[in-house]
Design a protein around this ligand. Sequence first.
Ligand code: TXA
Ligand code: MG
Length: 343
Amino acid sequence: MNKSLEHQIDQAAQLLKSGDVVGIPTETVYGLAAVIHSDSGIKKIFSTKERPFFDPLIVHVASLEQARFCTTDWNSLVEVLAQNFWPGPLTMVLPKSELISDLITSGLPSVGLRWPRHEIAEKIIQKTGAPLAAPSANKFGRTSPTKASHVREEFKDQVFVVEGQDSEIGIESTVLSIKHDIVSQKDQYRLSVLRKGAVLASQVDRVLAKHSFDYRWSETIDKKESPGHMKHHYMPSIPFVICRNPARKLSELSEILNSKLKELPDEIEGVKIIKPAKQIARIEFLKLSADPAQAAREIYSQLRAASSRNPDALCFIQMPSHSGEMWESIFDRLYKAASLIVD
Ligand code: TXA
Ligand code: MG
């Protein structure tokens, strides 16, 4: 690690200890961090992001010991998942301990815990000496940052940003809720994926199959349990269109967009939509790699770069080859970013 980076890590730890917020790299996306004990730091996360207080923050640790202090139920299934997926892009939602304030969890009795697989993030947590609450470092509802420059563009000189590489995974962590009951002295677990990410449900099954846990998946997501879930998210101001018909000719697509974009509202969930004033002249196409791991890495920076070139519309063509669990995680983001879906 070079001297400048070490210096940045020291500076970040100092700022965090004094109750400030800092932009930090992680393997998923960049986070806007504050130390969990500092109510003023936590409040500053919400005000800097313009994030409503109903949306809970994820707590980042750099050891199992730190994680155990944050929950009242570090059970054996959680231990197995931590051993297999941490450090990494898995957030486990568990009952919170008194170390975690209601401000962090938006009043929920649970907390999302994650140990990021990123040397700089781990060093910052270690130097600060406490877990860090950190949402993605973007204004609320907007595209998540995968480069240090994205965070700087978003918050200008309001926030000190530690310079890391581009995020290796590129989409936010899988959020897994784990409910644990003891029935007739036997442990029972109920799992649900609150947000899809790079850790797949099938990988969780494969790991748990090696043990004899009594667990089941529940599909239904209670709105109250997952308050950060909105229909729209990551939305650029340029209209973003998903076309589900790969056979569409460009001329047909332009015609459809000319009639349909006019009908869009001026604002969708707080994001102003810039509608083309005249006939559509320029459509930019997102070109994601065929490999979903690579595509995940590209999605947010392509959305940002393409919208900064100010086309009349952005478009993504959905293909039959875009199938499988990792593509589902990617489509979760694409559909939330879309202002229009056409066939
Ligand atoms: O990869 C990531 O998870 C990134 C990096 C920085 O670690 N963080 C991130 O945070 O994406 P954020 O705030 O943008 O998304 C966190 C989401 C919330 O919107 C909420 O849906 C869910 O995680 N969440 C957090 N705590 C929860 C809880 N106690 N119960 C249910 N959902 C929770
Ligand atoms: Mg976010």
